[in-house]
Write a protein that binds this ligand. Structure first.
Ligand SMILES: [Zn+2]
Length: 74
């Protein structure tokens, strides 16, 4: 029996974390977001720059092909 690769979603989530986002004010790379809010099809990341103490939020949208698309088959 052939082994199939199993993808673990928890690992995927970690791998999709943004890293080293440049500060919106001074440009210093921030290694990891300070806070994450996961929503449906999107995630909001709160970045806190330790260099200038600036905080800003960035929202990422995910394109999940599992739910829609492929609906054109006759
Ligand atoms: Zn900064």
């Amino acid at each position: 029996m052939a082994m199939s690769k199993t993808r673990h979603h928890s690992v995927d989530d970690l791998e999709t974390l943004p890293r080293n986002n440049p500060c919106a004010q001074c440009g210093t790379p921030i290694p990891l977001p300070e806070w994450i809010e996961q929503g449906e099809g999107r995630a909001a990341y709160l970045w806190h720059c330790y260099a200038c103490d600036y905080q800003f939020e960035a929202i990422a949208y995910f394109h999940d092909g599992d739910h829609e698309g492929h609906a054109l088959a006759a």
